[in-house]
Structure formats: structure tokens, C-alpha cells
Design a protein around this ligand. Structure first.
Ligand code: A3P
Length: 333
């Protein structure tokens, strides 16, 4: 416990035992020299300086719960007037065919940490943005202001943890102890990721508080927070895309539905299509002193992959632990 807490205090991503491999030279084009590790200054700057705009939509999640997919779906639907998908006359040059979804929807903590607020100022209205911050950590300018709506996506924690484990072992981190052109690969043991949930250290905090913060607000203020589940979006994408469009005040017209625009968006954002796209099979995202290969955001995209990695006893024990945390809240996975 102490070991995990110490390692997550400065970086929730790394186990102390990890990050042993080094690669050097030309792995990144990011501005050198930062070596920053924690998201806290980004969240503090966000709390102090975020200026809401009418129509703002914030996509919130814990890492590895379908953020990338939600970004693609929300971007494709909200921007369908400017960038029509194929069924609405799109000509094959949709931004999602050229860019990784994270390049279409800015990540707020990263924007503030990397001092790139000008990107937010320049973004056209209505803005789509994302965060991994918990609801109580959001600025009052978001939670107390009617101009900003929030769409939250959660996922079965067992699959979330397996996804994070794979993801972190694909990433590279820059540390201040290395010279400017050197990168250190991140390694993280499965047991550290798994135990970080119980320890309340996944993303530096308890996941049940993260989920319940948004869940409770979605129940109290359904116009403020739309609460989605990865598994439900996978089982019924049409219903969930329609929920998104209605929530952000851009419902599909009958003509759009007849033209097959919903199916077109589902296809554009499908796991297979996105994974195969050149924009996602090459290149990397450089953010907050880390490098994340685009392809690492598209691994399997299925429900229940945890069975291939942990024992039924480990799964059962985590399920029981979390059921107790959610008891009485009305929330179930
Ligand atoms: P797996 O590692 O289980 O495959 P995030 O975007 O929050 O980082 O979450 C990543 C997870 O979402 C990964 O899960 C990834 O494969 C899955 N994912 C990414 N794009 C998807 C899509 N278009 N449809 C379904 N799942 C997707």
C-alpha cells in the first residue's frame, strides 16, 4: 500500500519497479526539457483559469473507459454540419480519417499543463473538450455554470484495468533525469494496476468517487451530465448516439435519419475503421512529457477481455470490493 501510494503521489502511471528500459534518440518531436510528471498543476490551472462558453461540451472519463471512442462519436455528431459523414455527402476527407480523435478534441489538463490555452481560445464554438478530472475537481466555472454540459463514460473496471496495463506498456515517458532526446519506456505490472483500484490510486484517486461524482450529478441534474457506459454504447450505438445528440441540443432530423447518417457515424467511428486508419496506425500523441503511440488507443475494443488475464478469484474479489463501495448509490456496472 505505502509503496503504491508513494509511486502514485508523483505519477499514478508508473510502478516503482517499472520503467527499466531505455531508448534514446529521436523518439519524440516534443519540446525538450520538461520532465513533468503529475497532472495536478494542469488541474489547478484549469480550476483557476477556465472560461466557459455557451454550448461547451466536456467529455469526462477515467482513463481507458472509451474516451477515444466518445471523442470520435461526439466530434462526428456535433460537427456533422461542417464535416458531413459519408451518408450526408461527406467526400472522404473527414477529419477523423486524417487525425487521431485526441487531435480533434483537446484534453483540458494537458492543454493547461502544456500552456496551450490559445488552442482553447481559438476553438470554434461550440467547443468539445475532454478531462479525466473528478467532478469535485472541475472548476466552478464548469460545474456551477449553465453554459457547459458534460458527457461521462464509464466502463467495467476489470476491463479498464487490463486496458490500462496494456496501454502503459506501450507508452514512453520523459523524465528530467534523462537528456532531452532520451525516452524511457514505461513498464507497469498487472498486479500494480489491479491493486491501484483497491488502493484508491487509479489516476491518483478512488474510482468509485470518480464514477459516483458524475453518476450522482447525472441523476440530480440530467441536463448537466449525461452518463454513458462503454458496454451499452457497444451493444446499442444508435441509441447512445441519439442520446448524445439530444443532450447537446442537436437531435437528428427525420431527413438525417432516413439518409442513414447515424449508421454512417457508427461506421466512421467503429473500432475496425479507426484502428485501420493511417491516422491511428502511425504517429504518436505527445502530451505532458509522455509519448503515446496513436495505435495504443485501439487494442481490442471488446467486453470481458479480463478473463484472459486474471483469475476468477481476483475478479470476484475486486467485484465484491467495488459492490460495497457502490452500495446504496443505485449505480451498477
Ligand atoms: P481495450 O484496451 O480493452 O481494447 P480510452 O480511449 O479511454 O483510452 O480507452 C481505450 C479503450 O477503448 C481500449 O480498450 C480501446 O481498444 C477501446 N476503443 C478505442 N476505440 C474504440 C472504438 N472505436 N470502439 C470501441 N472501443 C474502442
Amino acid at each position: 500500500g505505502d509503496r503504491l501510494r508513494r509511486s502514485t503521489a508523483t505519477s499514478w502511471r508508473r510502478s516503482r519497479a517499472g520503467c527499466t528500459r531505455r531508448s534514446s534518440g529521436g523518439a519524440s518531436t516534443r519540446a525538450p526539457g520538461s520532465g513533468r510528471r503529475t497532472w495536478v498543476p494542469g488541474i489547478v490551472a484549469l480550476q483557476r483559469r477556465f472560461e466557459p462558453r455557451a454550448g461547451d461540451v466536456l467529455l469526462a472519463s477515467l482513463p481507458k473507459c472509451g474516451t477515444t471512442w466518445l471523442k470520435a462519436l461526439a466530434f462526428a455528431t456535433a460537427a456533422r454540419g461542417v464535416y458531413p459523414p459519408a451518408a450526408a455527402g461527406g467526400d472522404g476527407r473527414h477529419p477523423l480519417l486524417r487525425l487521431n480523435p485526441h487531435e480533434c478534441v483537446p484534453f483540458l489538463e494537458g492543454i493547461y499543463l502544456d500552456e496551450e490555452e490559445a488552442k482553447l481560445d481559438a476553438a470554434p464554438t461550440p467547443r468539445l473538450m475532454s478531462t479525466h478530472a473528478s467532478y469535485p475537481n472541475l472548476p466552478a466555472s464548469i460545474t456551477e455554470d449553465d453554459r457547459c454540459k458534460i458527457i461521462y463514460i464509464c466502463r467495467q473496471p476489470k476491463d479498464m484495468a487490463i486496458s490500462l496495463w496494456h496501454f502503459m506498456n506501450c507508452s514512453k515517458a520523459k523524465t528530467s533525469s534523462l537528456s532531452d532526446d532520451q525516452w524511457e519506456s514505461i513498464t507497469m505490472s498487472l498486479s500494480d494496476v489491479w491493486e491501484s483500484i483497491r488502493e484508491g490510486a487509479y489516476l491518483g484517486g478512488p474510482i468509485w468517487e470518480h464514477i459516483l461524482g458524475y453518476w450522482n450529478t447525472s441523476k440530480a441534474k440530467p441536463d448537466k451530465v449525461l452518463f454513458l457506459k462503454y458496454e451499452e454504447v457497444l451493444r446499442d450505438p444508435t441509441k447512445n448516439i441519439e442520446k448524445i445528440t439530444e443532450f447537446i441540443g442537436q437531435p437528428f432530423s427525420d431527413a438525417e435519419k432516413e439518409a442513414g447518417i447515424v449508421e454512417s457515424i457508427i461506421e466512421l467511428c467503429s473500432f475496425e475503421k479507426m484502428k485501420a486508419s493511417g491516422a491511428n496506425s502511425t504517429g504518436s500523441l505527445h502530451m505532458m512529457a509522455n509519448e503515446y503511440p496513436h495505435e495504443s488507443f485501439f487494442r481490442k475494443g471488446v467486453i470481458g477481455d479480463w478473463v484472459n488475464h486474471v483469475t476468477p478469484e481476483m475478479a470476484d474479489s475486486l467485484d465484491k470490493f467495488l459492490s460495497a463501495k457502490f452500495y446504496g448509490s443505485g449505480f451498477t456496472f
